[in-house]
Design a binder for this molecule. Structure first.
Ligand SMILES: Cc1cc2nc3c(=O)[nH]c(=O)nc-3n(C[C@H](O)[C@H](O)[C@H](O)COP(=O)(O)O)c2cc1C
Ligand code: SF4
Length: 490
């Protein structure tokens, strides 16, 4: 992962945990309305993909155990990982693109309800993503993947000077290209073709010459609405539309979206599809369950959105009828590191990825509550427009006074914590019960994120080697780690 050049190692914030009485009157543990539901406390567990679904996207017993364990800590809201809305093979990513996934999802909602004693609202994050391929070996790229055109022939002829080679067969073009040194490729290939070779091909929302990309605005509202309806049927309290990071909807919102069909370019055009998706979802499920979204307060890439774009979008998305806005940051393909041959690009390896999940090795500012200035500005814009839509802030939140001051300063209405909750799923509950001293504190070195990058079952280094031989422990497929945090023995 990219790290700030300063590479200052920060200490975890000093703590002074409250007593149970102090916690009872804290802002963090006051209720808040989110659309048609009331959230009992303002603690939020944001989406985290744990790589526990089956190869064909079904809920497995490991998925249920994973969420049951988080539900035991009774967060106000628990958001189930990014879940695919299409009925297409997507490896072990959870899916909701067909009714056959309903049975497993129903079991999941029942398990969470039981484990939290009904205290936790359960949402599911709905995602659409575009095709991405692994980085090919150079010879394979020229031998098979590159689509040969007349432009390549002309460029090769020009490059060959007086050579009378005509490159009439495709084979001849491929052979010549493969033999070219890298330094000469820019004369023959487009920047995009070079990128496909060096990083692996990926679709972009601006590839409107491709029919499946051109028709995204016609297809996506229906797909999101179908998925939201299934979420309602499965018993979820709400859906979180994934408009963040490197995925389709965030790419529509991004300033890099130059589509010229009314769905790109100026801000009102970039927000058009998200607003149409919200409209379709609302029409389908009315006000029965919560509908919110996660989107970026800053793309953190050259030419991408900044917080003033995000504040403007926040107002439009709230006006479109969302019940909450959850703010994330970065996590883009554009600045991702070049993957190794045979690997796919991972959108959390560049600076924007760092800003999404900042580590303890940081700049002066450090990783803690690093991104709340974004939720603060978005919230202020939404309030100034006269709406009370709750805003969720995240990023390095791991301590009571820090979470409390985010709420006190009006930087967010709910406080989300991913990695600290992974390190200790009971941490919010321990604070509430005046037992903060028992919290296992996240070290923010991103061992969990590295597992995610390799699509390995995600665990936390602080507990995954503990009591491996205990009778009730399930072990990861590498045989070395427990899959679920140990129970909190009071
Ligand atoms: C292993 C892992 C998986 C994640 N998966 C998702 C995801 O599916 N959807 C999402 O919006 N964010 C995802 N995130 C980002 C987190 O929700 C969160 O925004 C980020 O970790 C910063 O919050 P934190 O500092 O509290 O960890 C993931 C993070 C981690 C560590
Ligand atoms: S693996 Fe590291 S960064 Fe991830 S939750 Fe555990 S301590 Fe935190």
């Amino acid at each position: 992962m990219w790290q700030p050049p300063e590479r200052i190692k920060h200490e975890l914030p000093a703590v002074s945990w409250p007593t149970a009485e102090q916690a009872a009157s804290a802002r963090l543990f006051q209720p808040i309305a989110i659309g048609p539901r009331t959230c009992r406390v303002r603690t939020w567990l944001p989406a985290m993909v744990p790589w526990r679904a089956s190869e064909d996207g079904f809920v497995t017993p490991d998925v249920i155990d994973w969420y049951r364990r988080f539900a035991e800590g009774k967060p106000g809201v628990l958001v189930v990982e990014a879940t695919g809305i299409r009925d297409v093979p997507s490896g072990p990513l959870l899916r909701i693109g067909h009714d056959r996934f309903l049975e497993g999802l129903k079991q999941l909602t029942a398990a969470v309800r039981e484990a939290s004693g009904g205290e936790t609202l359960l949402f599911i994050q709905l995602i659409d993503f575009l095709q991405i391929r692994r980085r090919p070996p150079r010879d394979k790229f020229f031998g098979r993947f590159l689509a040969i055109t007349e432009r390549h022939r002309e460029a090769l002829r020009a490059l060959g000077g007086n050579s009378d080679e005509r490159f009439e067969t495709e084979e001849a073009v491929r052979t010549r290209l493969a033999a070219l040194p890298d330094s000469e490729l820019p004369y023959v290939l487009t920047a995009r073709e070079i990128e496909d070779m060096e990083r692996g091909y990926r679709d972009r929302v601006t590839d409107t010459h491709l029919p499946h990309i051109k028709e995204l605005p016609q297809v996506l509202p229906g797909l999101f609405a179908d998925a939201a309806e299934r979420a309602r049927t499965a018993g979820f309290d709400g859906v979180e539309l994934h408009f963040a990071h490197a995925y389709t909807m965030a790419s529509f919102l991004s300033a890099l979206n130059t589509r010229d069909d009314g769905y790109g370019g100026k801000r009102p055009h970039r927000v058009r599809l998200p607003v149409e998706v919200i409209g379709a979802v609302r029409q389908r499920i009315a006000n029965d369950i919560v509908v919110g979204c996660r989107y970026l307060g800053d793309d953190v890439i050259e030419g991408g959105n900044r917080v003033d774009d995000a504040a403007w979008f926040g107002v439009e998305l709230a006006k479109a009828g969302l019940d909450f806005l959850s703010i994330s940051k970065g996590g883009k393909f554009e600045d991702a590191k070049q993957p190794k041959v045979g690997w796919s690009s991972y959108p959390y390896t560049g600076r924007s990825g760092y800003e999404c999940m900042p580590t303890i090795y940081s700049d002066e500012r450090g990783p803690f509550a690093r991104n709340v200035s974004l939720s603060a500005q978005i919230r202020a814009a939404v309030r100034a427009a006269g709406m009370q839509t709750p805003v969720v802030g995240a990023g390095g939140i791991c301590e009571f006074a820090q979470a409390e001051s985010v709420l006190e300063r009006g930087e967010a209405d709910l406080v989300a914590s991913a990695r600290q909750s992974l390190a200790d799923p009971d941490w919010f509950l321990k604070i509430r019960e005046g037992r903060g001293g028992e919290i296992r504190r996240c070290e923010f070195t991103n061992y969990c994120e590295a597992l995610d990058q390799q699509h390995k079952q995600v665990t936390c280094k602080l507990w995954d080697r503990e009591a491996l031989d205990a009778p009730d422990v399930t072990i990861a497929s590498d045989g070395k780690r427990r899959l679920i945090a140990p129970k909190w023995r009071r």
